[in-house]
Design a protein around this ligand. Structure first.
Ligand SMILES: Cc1cc2nc3c(=O)[nH]c(=O)nc-3n(C[C@H](O)[C@H](O)[C@H](O)COP(=O)(O)OP(=O)(O)OC[C@H]3O[C@@H](n4cnc5c(N)ncnc54)[C@H](O)[C@@H]3O)c2cc1C
Length: 416
């Protein structure tokens, strides 16, 4: 490998095509249904591997989002300010339909597999902004429990327009949607929720309620609306809660503070309080968990995709490094022990990629194939468990291959 400066420092792995440089991905996703979208995926692989998009990823994580609770006149605004790079990343993902492509075609026509491939490519460069992308991509199966609400929101969810300013949903060309389940006293056990919802004019499916309480972890709080769980008279129920009300006033959702998190730094996660905020019941009262779980399920496969994407990016960086860096008289990849480590890592990522591809194909066909639907029920938790467990040890091992430079933020490995 050429090293004109003679410094033995490794050139950055950029620009490069994240799709065409990953033949296992190309073959596996084509076999599962993405083959007609090959050109689109080649173009996207090129775009996300450009110096510009890679730089956005670094900037969005270096300059964390900031909470602005009040405007200069002392009125509450409860807004989060992001670095422009975050908006660039989210705008790119939305314009490519990462949040809605799966609903743009009929099941079996490859849209879900292609969308998952796009998410996988993008997430190697920046994963934090994928949080609102994933939640929005997952909300429709839950929201469709309430057709009158879905009628207003669905055309704006299945839209390629990125419109970050807060405004009534009816006035927006595109919207993003988050979810609030977890409270201080319980996350896994959401039955412990204490937020309450009181009906206005009798309530009922699609009816208006007033919500009072809190959420302990509300990610992507600049979303246009949230599915929130709260206790209604008949039990825990699911509500659609917009940030801005139809008359243009702000729904009283107060962002108390943003979490100072391990990783996921480009993405804001807020502690939220609300006092008589307006929300509309989605589905039946008392059926909140079965309703919102349909949204949660969509985000579960995205967790597996994120886990594989982090592994893949780390191993790509390690492979690149050891092919360029020399020590003790030869390049690192020519050392038998190093070749052994990198080969093990590569095999693990390839197997993980095949697992992700198989699951993506099952999600593609599940609405029209009972056996595939049954497969997703077993395979999703298994894949999510295994791949998220394996992701950090694989990244850590890849980081060690890069040596001291792997500990430096600019290398991307600490972020992964
Ligand atoms: C980056 C980030 C973003 C998030 N964004 C959101 C969001 O947007 N919306 C939202 O609602 N929530 C969000 N969460 C919160 C998340 O949903 C909860 O943290 C999660 O559900 C776990 O709940 P908990 O923190 O209360 O942990 P606990 O429920 O207290 O669990 C603690 C530990 O005990 C284990 N455990 C729980 N029950 C059992 C059991 N029965 N048997 C054995 N072990 C058990 C758990 O697996 C875990 O290991 C976010 C969290 C993070 C880290």
């Amino acid at each position: 490998m050429s090293d004109p400066s003679g410094s033995n420092q490794v050139p950055p792995l950029e620009p490069y095509n994240l799709y065409t440089s990953d033949p296992v991905l190309v073959e596996a996703m084509a076999a599962e249904g993405a083959k007609d979208d090959h050109d689109l995926l080649v173009a996207f692989g090129e775009r996300v591997g450009s110096e510009e998009v890679i730089a956005w990823g670094h900037q969005a994580n270096r300059h964390s989002p900031e909470l602005r609770t009040h405007d200069r006149y002392g009125d509450r605004v409860d807004e989060v300010e992001y670095h422009p790079a975050y908006h660039e990343l989210l705008g790119l993902s939305v314009s490519e339909g990462l949040h809605c492509l799966r609903f743009e075609r009929e099941p079996g026509e490859g849209a879900y597999v292609t969308r998952n491939t796009l998410l996988y490519l993008m997430s190697q460069v920046e994963v934090g902004h994928g949080c609102p992308v994933s939640m929005t991509s997952s909300v429709l199966p839950a929201l469709r429990h309430q057709p009158d609400l879905a009628e207003v929101w669905e055309p704006r969810i299945v839209s390629r327009a990125y419109a970050p300013e807060l405004a009534p949903v009816e006035q927006k060309p595109g919207v993003l949607v988050g979810m609030g389940m977890t409270e201080r006293q319980g996350g896994s056990d959401v039955r412990a929720n204490t937020s309450i919802a009181s009906p206005v004019n009798g309530g009922g499916p699609g009816g208006e309620y007033r919500l009072t309480g809190h959420k302990w972890f509300t990610s992507a709080p600049m979303c246009d609306g949230f599915l929130l769980l709260a206790q209604a008279p008949l039990g825990l129920s699911c509500f659609l809660v917009p940030r801005v009300l139809p008359d243009g006033s702000r729904n009283p959702l107060q962002l108390l503070r943003l979490k100072d998190k391990l990783g996921n730094r480009s993405n804001a996660s807020a502690e939220l309080e609300f006092d008589t905020a307006a929300g509309w019941l989605v589905g039946e009262e008392g059926r909140g968990i079965p309703t919102i779980i349909e949204m949660v399920n969509g985000t579960r496969i995205d967790c597996t995709i994120w886990a594989v994407s982090l592994m893949r990016q780390a191993v790509a960086q390690a492979g690149w490094h050891v092919a360029h860096r020399a020590a003790f008289g030869s390049t690192l990849i020519d050392k038998p022990l190093m070749a052994n480590v990198v080969a093990d890592l590569e095999i693990e990522v390839e197997v993980a990629t095949l697992m992700m591809a198989r699951l993506s194909g099952a999600y593609e066909r599940a609405p029209i194939d009972e056996a595939e639907a049954a497969f997703t029920r077993i395979a999703t938790p298994v894949a999510k468990y295994w791949l998220t467990k394996r992701s950090s040890p694989v990244v850590r091992e890849a980081l060690e291959c890069v040596g001291g430079n792997g500990y430096v933020e600019e290398s991307i490995l600490p972020r992964l």
